[in-house]
Ligand binder design. Structure first.
Ligand code: NAG
Length: 222
């Protein structure tokens, strides 16, 4: 049964409670994850499944990179493939997702994987850390533009450790390679830009990068 049909069948109040049961990244544990056993209760955001504020005030990462102690929850080697996992009760018909890295506390995010259509219905997605990724602590973001429902942007960020770059490139070369990756797609945040996603259409990212996966009704022809 579709989300919409469910809503017409149920009272408006229960429809709203379904609409507010969204999705969250469960692995790697994002900052303030309620699922992370090492997070003390006062550091858990039990609304992790909620989207960013539509104003954009809590972009990026709900602001958690500024007010939460950093503790890497995953360690990655450049050139190797890992996964993210998503959990929650409402996939809103899927949509499009990106996986991005930030090395500047969330000011800029660079895309390492785009999933166009059907995301996050599969609930787990592989990505590869670019061989050129600089070493050090970074924020790994999962962002999502839902297919159905309110026009929203979801964003959870995990602190990850990128270990010694296998090719031992200079820091400068690594930073330059990072800068060439596409910037994260941002929409539905009023004070940041005027981009709006369209309901019932999966976002086709204008600059998805080299690592693209298609799902739902989408293909490379989209
Ligand atoms: C995702 O990665 C974790 C290890 O980080 C592994 O235990 C798990 O099996 C992987 N999941 C899938 C679906 O590949």
């Amino acid at each position: 049964m579709s989300f919409k049909r469910l809503c017409t069948l149920l009272a408006v109040s229960s429809c709203l409670s379904i609409a507010s049961a969204h999705m969250q990244m469960s692995w790697p544990y994002p900052l303030r994850s309620p699922l992370d056993p090492l997070n003390p209760p006062e550091m858990k955001d039990y609304n992790m499944i909620s989207p960013l504020d539509p104003s954009g005030d809590d972009y990026a990462c709900k602001g958690y990179q500024y007010n939460t102690p950093w503790r890497p929850t995953a360690s990655y080697n450049p050139g190797e493939t890992y996964n993210i996992t998503i959990v929650g009760g409402a996939t809103h018909g899927g949509g499009s997702c990106q996986i991005s890295l930030s090395y500047d506390n969330g000011v800029t995010f660079k895309v390492i994987k785009s999933i166009i259509g059907g995301c996050p219905i599969a609930l787990t997605y592989d990505f590869t850390i670019p061989t050129t990724a600089p070493s050090g602590e970074a924020l790994l973001a999962w962002t999502w533009f839902n297919h159905e429902g309110n026009r929203e942007m979801y964003m959870n960020c995990a602190v990850v450790d990128i270990t010694g770059n296998a090719r031992s490139r200079s820091k400068r070369a690594a930073t330059a390679a990072l800068a060439r990756l596409p910037s994260i797609y941002v929409a539905n945040l009023a004070d940041i830009n005027s981009c709006k996603t369209v309901e019932m259409h999966d976002v086709v990212f204008p600059d998805p990068g080299k690592d693209v996966e298609y799902g739902g009704d989408m293909s490379s022809a989209s």
